[in-house]
Design a protein around this ligand. Structure first.
Ligand SMILES: Nc1ncnc2c1ncn2[C@@H]1O[C@H](COP(=O)(O)OP(=O)(O)O)[C@@H](O)[C@H]1O
Ligand SMILES: [Mg+2]
Length: 488
């Protein structure tokens, strides 16, 4: 293989965290997967390759020659395109305007910008909407837009940082097809993912990062899944969920939604929702993107008030939102996010004064118990990786033995170990007596965690299954789409 883009002996340190240590990487033609747990150093490596960050030591090589990528622009000039983890587009602007923004000199020639983007979209066969503000496009459309933008900027290398963590199964498949086409056209594609089935589906070669070093690299055809998983996490922890006392049939529900209609932002609303969850019960709601999960979650957690109908709960409600950033104070030291719901406790504030020591101590303990890395209460909350932000929010919300827990997409974007920790925490919360409403697009997760599974489509509940029935029904739901009767 002739490497197109490489890292040679790259190290990068942030404060006390060694994000990368002596990393050698080679990306040649085709699709190359980069795997690793949350915090393994994947995004740091990609940022260095994209000119967004500089190594402390070591070099980037392009076609075997050292290059200095001091800025994002210098990497773009070298043909290095980036589709970052959290999107890079300005939501208020259209794709056209976003492209214009990256090419200020072209701005005066709006027509030219349109031609460039049209040409890129056509040559890459990307069906995209260029004239709607980006924030109104779905996540899949936004990503295609990012891809078109990168191609329009002349990319011959595409770096994608966990692009599939927010997509549903169909959208993931669509993206994979696109990536194979790019590879066929000679573009080097680098795809960060946690999912071994994705690596199998789309990648020719793979590199595994673990704690900042390369733990495996080679052709995908030469390796089995277990070896890849071991390279990612070492030996996999074995899972022993706590036993859950049986749910009494006559137990009073702790959460009831009675004929609830609700809407949030400009997302899909829900209509006439009737559901109840008893203490110790886990009820899952599945549905593809756009079926109203966010509105349902926010109505259940009392973030929004129902437009019609009523919501009843019997005690404290924990809420883990889909967008973890919504539950954090991003630019402050993360101890403030850790203590947020309890800040008014006398333990933390007296006579309007915050007791710094108590806050520090509490945060340190919470970070340790929920395995948030790095366990530094003074680190800015937005420096946490997605998985660690999730551990922080879940730990904070579920640590107080809530009567009701509304948990939205708890393992979205998490690596194997973090996903397992997150599922175990949900089971333990239910075992401790909480009524859990779980919203998840992951059928497997719904089936394995929940006692009952409700199917949400176009804002209505169109089916209810016990976990056992669901196993069977899910195949039919996945195979037969859309517009089929969801109760099938
Ligand atoms: N700007 C930063 N400041 C402090 N720590 C950081 C920063 N960026 C990354 N880190 C830390 O470096 C490690 C690797 O992070 P990252 O490359 O984002 O991992 P991954 O993408 O594999 O989840 C993590 O421990 C993370 O918290
Ligand atoms: Mg990352």
């Amino acid at each position: 293989m002739n490497p197109v883009l490489s890292l040679r002996g790259v190290s990068r340190r942030f404060g006390t965290v060694q994000a990368l240590l002596g990393v050698d990487l080679d990306f040649g033609s085709g699709v190359h997967a980069v795997l690793g747990e949350n915090g393994a150093g994947k995004s740091t490596a990609i940022k260095i390759l994209a000119g967004l960050d500089q190594p402390d030591t070591g070099t980037v090589e392009l076609d075997g020659n050292p290059v200095r990528l001091r800025t994002r622009d210098s990497a773009i000039e070298q043909g290095i395109g980036l589709i970052p983890q959290n999107g890079s587009l300005v939501g208020e602007l259209t794709l056209l305007e976003n492209l214009a923004l990256t090419q200020p000199r072209q701005l005066i020639r709006r027509r030219h910008v349109r031609e460039v983007l049209d040409a890129a979209a056509i040559s890459a066969a990307l069906p995209i909407d260029m004239t709607t503000p980006v924030k109104r496009l779905g996540r899949a459309q936004q990503q295609l837009g990012e891809l078109a933008l990168a191609v329009a900027q002349g990319a011959r290398i595409l770096l994608l940082d966990e692009p599939t963590s927010v997509l549903d199964a169909d959208e993931i498949h669509g993206l994979h097809v696109k990536l194979r086409e790019f590879a066929h056209d000679g573009i080097t594609v680098v795809l960060i993912t946690h999912h071994l089935h994705e690596v199998r589906a789309v990648a020719d070669a793979a590199t595994v990062l673990s704690h900042g070093t390369v733990s495996w690299s080679g052709q995908v055809a030469d390796v089995d899944d277990l070896s890849l998983a071991r390279a990612m996490v070492g030996e996999l922890p074995s899972s022993t969920p706590p036993p859950r006392p049986p749910i009494g049939d006559d137990a009073e529900p702790a959460l009831v939604l009675d004929g609830v209609w609700a809407a949030t932002d400009d997302l899909a609303p829900v209509r006439d929702i009737n559901l109840s969850v008893r203490p110790r019960e886990i009820v899952a709601v599945t549905g593809t993107a756009g079926s109203g999960q966010r509105a349902l979650a926010e109505a259940a957690a009392a973030v929004v008030q129902p437009e019609r109908g009523t919501r009843r709960v019997t005690g404290a409600v924990a809420y883990i939102p889909e967008r973890r950033a919504d539950a954090l104070l991003p630019s402050l030291p993360l101890k403030w996010s850790a203590v947020l719901p309890r800040l008014r406790d006398r333990r933390f504030t007296r006579f309007g004064m915050v007791r710094q020591n108590a806050v520090d101590e509490f945060a340190r303990d919470l970070l340790a118990r929920f395995d948030v890395r790095p366990p530094d209460p003074d680190l800015s909350a937005d420096a946490l990786s997605g998985g660690n932000a999730q551990k922080l929010v879940m730990g904070r919300e579920l640590d107080v033995a809530p009567a009701v827990a509304v948990v939205h997409a708890p393992t979205q974007g998490l690596d194997l170990r973090a996903a397992q920790q997150s599922r175990e925490l949900i089971l333990a919360t239910a075992a401790a007596g909480a009524a859990v409403l779980l919203l998840s697009a992951d059928h497997e997760e719904a089936r394995t965690l929940a006692d009952r599974v409700l199917v949400l489509r176009d804002g209505r509940i169109v089916g209810e299954h016990t976990a056992v029935e669901y196993d069977d029904a899910v195949h039919r739901l996945v195979d037969v789409r859309p517009n089929e009767d969801g109760t099938a």
